[in-house]
Design a protein around this ligand. Structure first.
Ligand code: SF4
Length: 209
């Protein structure tokens, strides 16, 4: 993967993979309409990643953040989900300030592998073993969403439950390609540990992005 110059990292332009109006499919806000902004760049390297096309930021155009904000405003959305890639590879202060100034709620989906920037109405933290979260993001997260690929991942989920703040919502989400084999284990786990809920990727059932 190539890296961009630091001067490109002030957040006034961002490598934009795609932006679209859809229905959030995962976690607490599943079923809600939202404008998605997918930012390029990720070196976390999850083997089951379904957005590998976003990994190399050099494959995506640097777009002025003002334009990204304006597109969100023009969509008429009430909330924006910033995702990736790993969006925290970038300084998101400017993006969030512009969205909030336009009365748009700011939500982020992140692994937490890079320092937190931006101001957020909702932080969904999905910690990854390859590059665990840094800083205080566990305490800041509104929602902890752990992807379950194998039975070993329940221990990983419990580790991050113990690090999360009081009131953080807890979700286990089956890894999509392992759904059939892993969902029975997740169901049994949640029956025994009801502080967790199950998150399904309902956008995939609706065949929407
Ligand atoms: Fe893919 Fe997200 Fe993992 Fe990056 S952190 S490899 S974008 S699933």
């Amino acid at each position: 993967m190539g890296y961009l110059k630091n001067s490109d990292r002030d957040g006034t332009s961002l490598p934009l993979v795609e932006e679209f109006f859809t229905i959030q499919g995962e976690g607490y806000h599943a079923g809600e309409a939202a404008w998605f902004i997918r930012i390029g760049g990720c070196d976390v390297g999850c083997n089951w990643c379904d957005s590998r096309f976003s990994w190399d930021p050099l494959m995506h155009p640097m777009v002025e953040t003002d334009r990204i904000i304006n597109n969100a405003v023009q969509s008429g959305t009430k909330s924006v989900v910033v995702t990736g890639g790993e969006p925290l590879m970038w300084n998101l202060d400017y993006l969030c300030a512009g969205l909030r100034k336009s009365n748009i709620c700011t939500f982020i989906e992140t692994s937490g592998a890079y320092p937190l920037s931006g101001s957020w109405d909702w932080i969904c933290l999905s910690p990854k073993k390859n590059m665990p979260p840094v800083g205080n993001i566990c305490l800041e997260a509104n929602e902890l969403k752990v992807i379950i690929e194998t039975g070993d991942d329940f221990n990983w989920a419990e580790k991050y439950r113990s690090l999360a703040g009081k009131g953080c919502l807890l979700y286990l989400q089956p890894e999509w390609s392992r759904f059939k084999s892993i969902i029975p284990e997740i169901v049994e786990y949640v029956k025994r540990n009801p502080h967790w809920k199950i998150s399904l990727q309902i956008h995939k059932y609706m065949h929407i992005p």
